[in-house]
Write a protein that binds this ligand. Structure first.
Ligand code: G3I
Length: 336
């Protein structure tokens, strides 16, 4: 408990955040979050399946609780996420008879209407509390010739779902910084597709104001220099950038599953976090925040992905104690 608070350690660099679900905001996990992190991103509570499970029926209890937690503890809130192909209820993409929407003009108008009313309700509700929104999540698919993910959103509306989402979010939450957020943005092919899309939308006047690099990486890949190249690629074109979902799986290529993660892997993770944060600090003028995708290894999505297995990707261990990952960014001289 007497260790340096991350929010102090990075005070001269960038706000440091963490993803939270409701269970992270009570008891000891809440103490950990408040001690170390200056902002939160709701991990699930603001997604469509959580906020509008049935048409026009909005459920904000969980999201409200997280916003109250943040406000009470002086933390900023990064909203996540308004339009995504996952965690979106089936009804959104169905007609009144339960049939899939097509790309007919009527269906396209219906889907854009649903998107608009969803964003009006969700982004409008938190306009005073949320400083940035991941408006669009994971819209790039670098295996498509044009780089655009063939989601239901895209199949029905083309790129209009993005135009609508950013326009409406800007209208109802004019002070929020509006992000397009994606994973593997360090991959050159994917990065260039994202870059082109952002440039195109901005040239049209669509208010895309930030690029979020999720940064779900592992102990082997990618080289931190590649992360830096992507930050530099988006620098100086009038955009903000954030590292939005950082974690580092202990699994590289060689091993599928550990019953116990070898200590040398945990140590190597500490050195790699050190190297990564060297890059992030050196580029702090380009970064509006760095958010960890969770506070401790007790609660990480990687325990369910890509298969159920032990994973220890964060700064604090399953007992909420500081790991080599923490010391790598706070005081590397303490690494074994
Ligand atoms: O809430 C239910 C619970 O009632 C049920 O008993 C339990 C059984 O599986 O599931 C719970 O829901 C889970 C939910 O997390 C809340 O814990 C879902 O199954 C599970 O799929 C869901 O996973 C989330 C994942 O997105 C789903 O897409 C992770 O928590 C969340 O961290 C993860 O976050 C995403 C970002 O939004 C976008 N970028 C990638 C990132 C990691 O996948």
């Amino acid at each position: 408990r007497d260790i340096p608070r991350l929010r102090d350690v990075f005070a001269a660099d960038f706000p440091i955040g963490t993803a939270v679900d409701r269970t992270d905001t009570v008891g000891v996990p809440a103490e950990l979050a408040v001690q170390h992190f200056g902002q939160i991103t709701p991990g699930n509570a603001m997604k469509w399946d959580a906020t509008e499970p049935a048409a026009g029926q909005f459920t904000f209890a969980e999201a409200d609780a997280l916003v109250s937690f943040a406000t009470a503890n002086g933390m900023r809130v990064h909203g996540h996420t308004l339009v995504w192909h996952n965690q979106t209820p089936a009804w959104v993409f169905q007609d009144a008879a339960g049939q899939p929407l097509t790309n007919s003009p009527e269906h396209k108008a219906l889907l854009l209407q649903r998107l608009e009313s969803h964003i009006r309700a969700v982004a409008g509700r938190y306009a005073a509390q949320i400083y940035a929104w991941d408006v669009a999540n994971e819209v790039i698919d670098e295996y498509q010739p044009d780089g655009l993910r063939r989601s239901r959103w895209f199949e029905v509306t083309g790129l209009d779902y993005l135009r609508t989402a950013f326009r409406v979010a800007h209208e109802v939450a004019p002070n929020a910084v509006l992000y397009i957020n994606d994973y593997n943005t360090h991959l050159p092919r994917k990065r260039e597709f994202l870059f082109s899309l952002v440039q195109q939308l901005r040239a049209e006047g669509v208010p895309v104001q930030g690029v979020g690099h999720q940064t779900h990486i592992n102990v082997e890949r990618p080289p931190v220099a590649q992360v830096e190249q992507s930050i530099l690629r988006f620098a100086n074109i009038g955009l903000q950038q954030e590292i939005t979902e950082l974690d580092m799986s202990v699994y590289g290529n060689a091993v599928d599953s550990y019953a116990t993660v070898p200590p040398e892997i945990i140590t190597a993770q500490g050195y790699r976090y050190r190297d990564l944060f060297d890059v992030l600090r050196r580029n702090k003028q380009h970064l509006s925040a760095v958010t960890m995708w969770g506070s401790s290894d007790a609660n990480t999505w990687l325990k369910n992905f890509p298969i159920p297995r032990l994973d220890l990707p964060l700064f604090f261990d399953e007992q909420l104690q500081a790991k080599p990952a923490y010391w790598g960014v706070v005081d590397p001289s303490r690494l074994p």
